[in-house]
Every structure is written in C-alpha cells, then in structure tokens.
Design a protein around this ligand. Structure first.
Ligand SMILES: Nc1nc2c(ncn2[C@@H]2O[C@H](COP(=O)(O)OP(=O)(O)OP(=O)(O)O)[C@@H](O)[C@H]2O)c(=O)[nH]1
Ligand SMILES: [Zn+2]
Length: 335
C-alpha cells in the first residue's frame, strides 16, 4: 500500500477503501511500467529538462497530469524518446511524492503560492556584508520560508573583505543556525568554495539571494563546469541563454549533492505561511504554546510563551527571535 505524506494535496490519486477485505480493490493499474526515473533540472516555458541516468532529456508534462505543476527538484517518471537527441520530446507521466516544497508568493498580497523547488533539504540564504548592504528583514523572511518548508537554513555571508560579519551575526546567534563567511581572496584560492561545499555534501541545497550579493560568483566556484552544464541545457532546448525565470539544478563536481540556483529574489512573499509550522522549528518553545489562547498570534498579552520563558523553560532570546520572524509576515515598506 502506498503511503501518503503531508503533501497529499499535490497528489490526485485516491485509494478507495476496501470493504470486502482481503484483496486491495484498486482500479489503478500501474500505468507506464516502462517509464524511466528522472530528476527535473530546469523548466523553461513548459519545456522541462530532465536528467535520466546520465542524459539530459527535454520533456513536457503529459496531459493526464492536469494542472499539477512540475518544478525543479521533482522526481518524475518519463516515457517516450529518452535518447536526449536534439528535437526529441519525452513525456512526464508521474511526479513522485515530494519530501519538501519551498514555496513563495510573488507578493504578500498575491493569493497564488508558487512552488519554487521540490525535494530540497537546505536553503542557503546568500547575503553580502556590504555592497549591497545586508537586508535583515529579507534574511528573516527567507528564514521563515525555510522553517515553514522544513528546510534547514544556511546563512552564506559574502564580501567579508568589505565589512565584518560580527555585527550582523549578533542578531542571529539565538537562532543557532550554521553560517559561512566568504570573501574575494578566499574565492580566488578555493577556500570559500571548499568551506561552503562541506555544508552541501549529500544534500540538495537551494540558493537564494537578491541581486548583486555574489550568488552567481559563488555558485560558479562551487560548480566550476556550470558553463558546460548550462550550455548543455541550452543545446538541448535550443533556446539560447538560460532564462532566469526558473531555478536550475547543478550537480556538485564530486556527485555528492546538488546546488539549485534560483533567480534573484527581490522579495519573498509570505502570504502562505503557517505560524505553527514555523514554531515547529523551535522545539524549545513549541510545547509552551499549549497553554496559548486559540489562534494565538504569539505576540499578544495572553500568549503563554512569556510565562514559558519566565518559568525558565527556554531562553528569552529565542522567543524574541521567534517573534521577530513571525512579525516579518506583515508587509512593510521596502520588503
Ligand atoms: N568585494 C567582493 N566582491 C564580490 C565578492 N563576491 C562577488 N563579488 C562581486 O559582486 C558583484 C556581484 O556578484 P554576482 O555574483 O554577479 O552577484 P549575484 O548575486 O549573482 O547578482 P545577480 O547576477 O544580479 O543575481 C560582482 O562584481 C562580483 O565580482 C566578494 O567576496 N567580495
Ligand atoms: Zn501564543
């Protein structure tokens, strides 16, 4: 029997209850038994580039998938011409259950949430220490999105040759998340890439950051044959320069993980965020919410978390950080 995880809304197959006992009464014959497994590398105007074994195959969504979206990082079943030869087009007939879904809304007022990346384990939030100045609220909003999606955050602070990391990190200490600091010199001698790579081993990491922070520079150092990888994608799709509307999955050179480069974010809409999923990332505070009034915003006079903290169950700094993160859901000028 198939098990369904938390993303059942993403799946339109229903299993009927079996009233007669014994044999499971399923009308769902395993379709497309000959389908191959694939991993979606990028999406460009309805054309998906899929890695099948060691070939990149261009595919489109089969009609039977309906409105279900297929995004970068998805594991899919593909049929048809899987040779990867020019001008061939395969069909994606199934999307496997996702282990995680990174979503964003283009805007806080935008009712449509878009899945950005599927199956990532980690979100690398790239921020420059100067030029451009760090935007703590944007970092916080990315953190909220990561916690909501169940991704582990990793802070990557670039350009430490221009400004030190200490001051910015003061406000993140209580969150206890990992971070890596890089600069121009360490990029040149390979140290920066080596230290970041240590954090990426065996995982699928989505990289986000706004324009100019040095994300492309860093990714190019992490995946030195990126030009080749993207060049190949372009050769297959025949669409010239990779358009930056979709994310792009790039394999780390030693084959032990994936970097998913996402187009620069200017904002990170959070209309879809569920505070309880964010609090789940704070296991020291979560039990304290049991005494909260119904639908507590956790930032109101009756919130039980204040008592939880004064009772010595958790560090007040942690509650302060949680509240700061939850507050970023409210839109402000400059987000
Ligand atoms: N001083 C300094 N400059 C850096 C460093 N890393 C990148 N840069 C420079 O910062 C500028 C922006 O870098 P990019 O890699 O293009 O930034 P990006 O985040 O990809 O920005 P978009 O391409 O606009 O999305 C370039 O001029 C880089 O040379 C660094 O560690 N120190
Ligand atoms: Zn509360």
């Amino acid at each position: 029997m198939r098990r369904y995880g938390k993303h059942t809304d993403e799946d339109d197959v229903r299993v009927r209850p079996n009233r007669k006992g014994n044999r499971p009464r399923t009308s769902i014959r395993p379709k497309h038994e000959d389908a191959a497994e694939g991993f979606v590398l990028t999406v460009d105007r309805g054309r998906l580039t899929v890695l099948v074994e060691d070939r990149t195959v261009v595919a489109m969504k089969a009609r039977e998938l309906g409105r279900k979206g297929v995004v970068v990082g998805d594991r899919v079943a593909v049929v048809g011409d899987l040779s990867g030869a020019k001008d061939t087009l395969a069909r994606i007939v199934r999307v496997e259950e996702r282990s995680s879904v990174l979503r964003r809304t283009a805007d806080d007022d935008d009712p449509f949430e878009r899945v950005v990346v599927a199956n990532a384990d980690q979100l690398a939030i790239v921020t420059a220490l100067a030029d451009p100045e760090p935007r703590p609220r944007l970092i916080d909003r990315c953190l909220v999105a990561a916690y909501d999606a169940g991704l582990e955050p990793l802070l990557v602070l670039t350009k430490s040759d221009l400004a030190p990391a200490e001051k910015l990190m003061e406000s993140y200490g209580a969150l206890g998340m990992p971070y890596v600091v890089t600069n121009r010199e360490e990029l040149a001698d390979g140290d920066a890439a080596a230290r970041v790579r240590e954090r990426l081993e065996g995982r699928i990491t989505a990289f986000v950051g706004h324009s100019g922070v040095g994300k492309t520079t860093l990714v190019n150092h992490l995946v030195p044959d990126r030009q080749r990888a993207t060049g190949h994608v372009n050769a297959v799709t025949g669409r010239g320069r990779h358009t930056t509307t979709s994310a792009l999955a790039l394999p780390l050179p030693d084959g032990s993980g994936w970097v998913i480069d996402t187009p620069g974010v200017r904002s990170f809409g959070l209309a879809h965020i569920d505070p309880s999923r964010v609090i789940h990332a704070f296991p020291d505070l979560e039990p304290g919410t049991e005494e909260c009034p119904r639908a507590c915003s956790h930032d109101e006079p009756d919130c039980a978390l204040d008592r939880w903290v004064t009772g010595g169950h958790a560090d007040p700094q942690r509650l302060y950080s949680l509240r700061r993160l939850l507050a970023t859901r409210e839109r402000r000028e400059g987000d």
